[in-house]
Design a protein around this ligand. Structure first.
Ligand SMILES: [Cu+2]
Length: 271
């Protein structure tokens, strides 16, 4: 047996290897939580409204899971920092300000190095898996033939344009002084066709737990069903120039009858 191996054994015997094992067990907890599929309804929504659209139903558990993982990893990190600071502090008052006394120096602790390489990789892989899975569900587009209300959304520096094919392609253009309103019928499928005239923007309706980039020359799409009538603020959340902060709009989820009235008014040039 090489002398070096015995040295590592000695380090372990004074408690050096018990902490990584314990840390590993605790660090794996967020993964266990995520995989256990805790009921999303029983957990707090942490600032997001529930059930406003069918996107919320998917995004909420992702949001909660990411917070749980962040809280657990943050707590473990804080405990390890405090533990190291407390355990290895200068023990005797007389030593404070005296000649520096270094604790035992340990290097090349292979199990520890493997743990702190593999555990973050697993955490990122788990977060990536759930994010990619939910994103592909949210961005799924209904096949041809399924009834959807399409709204073409164009982002420009620094305003929004909403065009309604159902209203003979009538367009509502907002300004910072007069923010535009996007009308949506509750309980019916809506498809947003998103693009931009100049630079990269991003549509964000916080209450819907949804954002998507608006890119020049690209048509990005997403669909949802609004489930609660109400008025919700919308924003551009991609910094797009001087007046980015003024690029806001309002979303109004109304009954299908009210939505039809709005479409008729648009057609008649009244809205
Ligand atoms: Cu913008």
């Amino acid at each position: 047996m090489a002398k070096g191996a015995q040295k590592i054994g000695e380090t372990s015997s004074n408690g050096g290897s018990r902490v990584p094992n314990r840390a590993r067990a605790i660090l794996l907890a967020p993964l266990i939580f995520a995989l256990a599929g805790c009921s999303s309804e029983k957990l707090p929504a942490l600032g997001f409204p529930r059930g406003v659209t069918d996107i919320n139903d998917i995004s909420l558990s992702l949001w909660q899971g990411a917070w749980i993982a962040a809280f657990i990893v943050g707590a473990i990190t804080a405990v390890l920092i405090l533990w190291a600071a407390f355990r290895y502090r200068v023990k005797r008052r007389a030593n404070v300000g005296g000649p520096e006394q270094l604790p035992e120096q340990v290097s090349y602790h292979l199990p520890l190095e493997i743990i702190y390489t593999v555990v973050p990789f697993i955490i990122v892989a788990v977060l990536f898996y759930f994010t990619a899975r939910d994103q592909s569900t949210i961005t799924k587009i209904s096949p041809a033939g399924v009834a959807v209300h399409e709204i073409d959304v164009n982002a420009i520096q620094w305003a929004w344009q909403f065009t309604y094919p159902e209203a003979e392609d009538k367009t509502v253009t907002g300004t910072p002084e007069k923010l535009p309103t996007m009308y949506l019928p509750v309980g019916e499928r809506i498809r947003i066709n998103l693009t931009a005239s100049d630079v990269v923007h991003s549509i964000w309706i916080p209450a819907f737990m949804m954002q998507m980039q608006a890119l020049p020359y690209v048509k990005n799409q997403f669909e949802f069903t609004a489930q609660k009538e109400g008025t919700y603020p919308g924003f551009c959340n991609m910094h797009c120039g001087r007046n980015h902060s003024q690029m806001r709009f309002t979303v109004k989820v109304v009954s299908p009858a009210e939505y039809q009235n709005y479409i008729n008014a648009l057609k008649g040039g009244v809205a």
